[in-house]
Ligand binder design. Structure first.
Ligand SMILES: O=P(O)(O)OC[C@H]1O[C@](O)(COP(=O)(O)O)[C@@H](O)[C@@H]1O
Ligand SMILES: [Mg+2]
Length: 260
């Protein structure tokens, strides 16, 4: 249904000629000859719907030639990105690249600006990962989580907390509001597919929002936004959030590469 709503509204927008959706195998070419393409996960976190947990719609805006569409563009080429989070209130987070702004839907159906420039704190003691997957993790992920779990007794000398909603929009929203790190790294079970989360309509828009808010987003081997897609539904490893936390895990990946 959320996919149908996207299609209905995009059909009415003459500026958009192509829709890529998690719910459609192929890119949908509209009648319109507009210069823009939208990539969307129309309802992220859908397994949480039955239990009344925050879900959302993620979107990315790309420039395209309607007659010779190039949809396999790196995230650095996104013109805009954002998500709507359907929680206790409906939030809209939006970036055109320089800053990330936060809006809340009012009772009158208007998105009101809450924060013109969202800032993600560079440091945080909150991390988000599905820890039931621990047996599949690679060495850098294991080492990073071990450091966190050791807390004040370990080398970080500080207590960490774990939070995992299981709805990317909700987890990233928390990180945009108060910092933290969100992890869906490549593990032994997801590596054949390239990861769990999708590049064009999950990782790229969230990376653009976070970077514009002062955060960082990495695959462990480079910036997510630099990944050149080979498929519209491509998956990618995801490490994103507070810049110093992302840098600490990136350093563990670099160390693993050096020691082979
Ligand atoms: O099932 P897991 O391992 O907890 O994964 C949860 C992740 O998968 C997702 O639900 C994937 O998105 P979809 O709901 O669009 O399939 C993310 O929202 C979430 O972060
Ligand atoms: Mg999703």
């Amino acid at each position: 249904m959320s996919n149908d709503i996207f299609i209905k509204h995009i059909r009415q927008n003459a500026a958009i000629s192509i829709l890529i959706s998690e719910e459609l195998d192929e890119a949908l070419h509209m009648q319109n000859q507009g210069d823009f393409a939208i990539a969307t996960d129309p309802l992220d976190g859908s397994s949480n719907l039955d239990v009344n947990v925050t879900v959302g719609s993620i979107f990315s805006v790309l420039a395209t030639d309607p007659n010779a569409p190039d949809l396999l563009q790196p995230g650095t080429k996104q013109l805009a990105a954002g998500y709507a989070a359907y929680g206790p209130s409906t939030g809209l987070l939006l970036t055109f690249g320089r800053t990330t702004a936060a809006f809340t839907l009012s009772n009158d159906g208007v998105f009101m600006l809450d924060r013109a420039e969202v800032k993600v704190p560079p440091r945080s003691v909150e991390y988000a990962i599905n820890s039931a997957r621990q047996r599949f993790w690679d060495e850098p992920t294991k080492a990073y989580v071990e450091q966190n779990v050791a807390g004040e007794d370990g080398e970080l000398g500080e207590r960490y907390n774990m939070r995992w909603v299981g709805s990317m929009v909700a987890d990233i929203h928390r990180i945009l509001m108060r910092g933290g790190i969100f992890l869906y790294p490549l593990d032994s079970e997801t590596s054949a597919k390239g990861g769990r989360l999708r590049l064009l309509y999950e990782a790229n828009p969230m990376s653009m929002l976070l970077e514009a808010a002062g955060g960082a987003a990495s695959t462990g081997h480079g910036r997510i936004l630099d990944v050149i897609p080979t498929d519209i539904h491509q998956r990618v490893p995801v490490i994103m959030g507070s810049s110093e936390e992302v840098a600490r895990l990136d350093a563990l990946y670099a160390k693993t590469r050096c020691t082979g």
